[in-house]
Ligand binder design. Structure first.
Ligand code: PLP
Length: 401
């Protein structure tokens, strides 16, 4: 017998097991709308041309070795990341009130940010949107927070429930930590507009809540770096101390390289110095030092004006293909006279769309049409192509009738 004999079997990860079922499906018509990774119009993973270029430069540089990075990561990459997310002229950078650590992509940033708060922040209530990215709750649970949900999405309007959201924030204990998706909310694709962000900031300020921004889609959502970071910069301008998680998985297509950053904005530089030393201590105990290759690629691109311009171009290719798929799906549904209102398909932003399809409809899509989406009706727009979007629209049309 084993010491761990009585351990319970953990359920498989919903998204990864969906992908496994998709892979086993032999139908030539199968469509994978579960995966949260960009695909090109032939349904293939896309290595950004600018990333290929950067890799070539790196591999031909004889001065580069494979030594450990410092505990907090590659300095020029960290600095460029802070500038990217906060805006290069942000006064908090000039005033040295910013701490940035290189992390294991966005997940690691969430985790390191959570460990930091669990050690140095009083309030243990951690609010996440209902719904949210499937990994948020497990990450904050693991670190010991009391994770609760705030109202976010209105299933009737298929849009934001701003009143519900503000009321949840008002009724939470003062000083709660609030997870905010900076842009392209996962899984709904529904973002607050600027007015609504202002109202959220007002309540957060009045209640003394702490903003924990998660930004996994900067530039990938709209094609515009500044637009996608608007919410974060707005909160910074209002004087909040806050924390931001950055992922370079989607916007550089560096999924497996695990490049990301955690940035903490403080009210003064003395505190920033102390916070940085503590973040380094936590990072040391957790991973010793972060991985090299992805950070090198991003570093090169963010710090070279020509490569940077090319990256922005690559971002626009991805974001506009996704917007085009939204448009085509919407037009097809309208053309078919599919019952219901489908405006949300084009109103939502980013890779994901909450279609409004329910679990049993998702099931039929899978069994009858070999279309794979999660049971909450979320589809990844990146899985649609010019050759399968019509097939998907017809399948939806059938299951909702
Ligand atoms: N946060 C959100 C909201 C996400 O959607 C994702 C990825 O899907 C992540 C964080 C982190 O992903 P990664 O760890 O691959 O950067």
């Amino acid at each position: 017998s084993s010491i761990f004999q009585d351990i319970e079997l953990a359920p498989p990860d919903a998204i990864f097991s969906l992908t496994a079922r998709y892979k086993d499906d032999r139908s030539p018509q199968k469509v994978n709308l579960g995966v949260g990774a960009y695909r090109d119009d032939s349904g293939k993973p896309w290595v950004l041309p600018v990333v290929r270029k950067a890799e070539k430069i790196i591999s031909s540089d004889p001065t580069l070795d494979h030594e450990y990075l410092p505990i907090l990561g590659l300095k020029s990459f960290r600095d460029a990341s802070a500038k990217l997310i906060l805006g290069s002229n942000n006064r908090v950078i000039k005033e040295k009130r910013v701490v940035t650590a290189q992390t294991i992509s966005g997940t690691g940033a969430n985790h390191l940010g959570a460990i930091f708060l669990s050690k140095f922040y009083q309030q243990k209530v951690f609010l996440v949107s209902k719904p949210t990215w499937a990994n948020h709750k497990p990450i904050f649970d693991t670190v010991g927070f009391d994770v609760r949900e705030y109202i976010y999405y209105n299933p009737k309007t298929l849009g934001l429930d701003i009143d519900g959201l503000l009321n949840s924030l008002k009724s939470a204990p003062n000083g709660s930590i609030v997870l905010l998706h900076a842009c392209a909310h996962n899984p709904t694709g529904v973002d607050p507009n600027h007015e609504q962000w202002k109202a959220i900031a007002d309540v957060m300020e009045a209640k003394g809540h702490f903003p924990f921004f998660d930004c996994a889609y900067q530039g990938f959502a709209s094609g515009d770096i500044d637009r996608d970071a608007w919410s974060i910069r707005y909160f910074v301008d209002r004087g909040f101390e806050l924390l931001v998680c950055q992922s370079y998985a989607k916007n550089f297509g560096l999924y497996g390289q695990r490049a990301g950053c955690l940035t903490i904005v403080l009210r003064n530089s003395e505190t920033a110095t102390k916070v940085e030393s503590q973040v380094a201590k936590l990072q040391r105990a957790e991973i010793s030092n972060p991985p090299l290759h992805g950070a090198r690629i991003v570093n090169l691109i963010l710090n070279d004006p020509m490569l940077y311009a090319e990256w922005i171009d690559n971002l626009q290719i991805m974001s506009s293909r996704i917007k085009e798929m939204r448009k085509r799906l919407f037009e097809k549904l309208v053309e078919l006279g599919t019952p219901g209102n489908w405006n949300h398909i084009v109103d939502q932003i980013g890779m994901f769309s909450y279609t409004g399809l329910n679990a049993s409809q998702a099931q039929v899509l899978q069994e009858k049409y070999h279309v794979y989406l999660t049971s909450n009706g979320r589809v990844s727009m990146a899985g649609l192509t010019t050759s399968n979007v019509e097939y998907f629209a017809k399948a939806i049309d059938d299951v909702v009738r």
